[in-house]
Design a protein around this ligand. Structure first.
Ligand SMILES: [Fe+2]
Length: 246
């Protein structure tokens, strides 16, 4: 809360209204404001900071795109969720489990915004900086499984790139694990393969956001170029972690 009048309303609620502004430094005011937010907030969803700087994914994804994507698009899903009653979704369980309860009776506002929040939260962790453009491919158990199920990593890249490029409109491309087998699938809008509404369900191993907001500033309408550059940033260590935890 940046509005000073509202802030003092908050510290009043905390029983701190006797503190005079002249006696409190800016740093102390800031700390009190944080305390006030924590103590009076009832919002179940929050936007976590990115695990890297907004410019860390350059030259493949630019700083402005990352900043708008995180602080405007992802923030909007979080804000909308906090304004919306939970309907048939239990907001107390973890976010992945919440997704598993989304079915055809779930309201569009919950389906879209919960999906948007969960998908982006995961997506940020499935990206990693690669300033030096080093070769980037999976290793370990996931690499073995990709070679087994797609013949080779290059063949997997080809199939994933095609599927992501051809997905009509906004959505996501996924590498999922379904009954022990890796598969590539896409979902529309902010759906994901955990949801009951997904045509192909499975545990998420890798994710690619193919909404235009993810690439339009740098790549305009050239989604294929965005995808080709994204391979440099795919966080295969995180994907391996997801694979081994299934
Ligand atoms: Fe996005």
């Amino acid at each position: 809360m940046s509005d000073r009048r509202d802030f003092f309303k908050k510290i009043g609620l905390l029983g701190l209204s006797g503190i005079a502004t002249k006696l409190v430094s800016n740093d102390q005011l800031s700390a009190l404001e944080t305390l006030g937010n924590q103590s009076t907030s009832s919002s179940p969803f929050t936007l976590a900071p990115l695990p890297y700087a907004y410019n860390a994914l350059e030259p493949f994804i630019d700083e402005q795109t990352m900043m708008i994507h995180h602080t405007k698009h992802h923030q909007a899903y979080v804000t909308k969720l906090n304004e919306t009653p939970s309907t048939n979704i239990d907001f107390l369980v973890d976010d992945m489990t919440k997704c598993k309860h989304i079915d055809s009776t779930t309201s569009a506002v919950i389906r879209n915004n919960l999906g948007g929040h969960v998908n982006h939260t995961l997506f940020w962790t499935l990206l990693k900086p690669n300033k030096e453009s080093k070769p980037n491919s999976p290793s370990g158990k996931l690499a073995e499984a990709i070679s087994k199920d797609f013949k080779s990593f290059d063949e997997f890249k080809k199939q994933f790139s095609e599927k992501a490029a051809k997905h009509f409109g906004s959505g996501w491309c996924w590498l999922i694990l379904q009954n022990g087998k890796l598969m590539i699938t896409t979902t529309p809008n902010q759906d994901n393969p955990l949801m009951k509404v997904a045509e192909q369900k499975g545990n998420i191993i890798m994710a690619l956001d193919v909404w235009e907001h993810a690439y339009y500033l740098k790549y305009q309408n050239k989604r294929a170029d965005y995808i080709a550059n994204w391979w440099n940033l795919a966080n295969w260590e995180k994907a391996e972690e997801l694979y081994q935890s299934r």
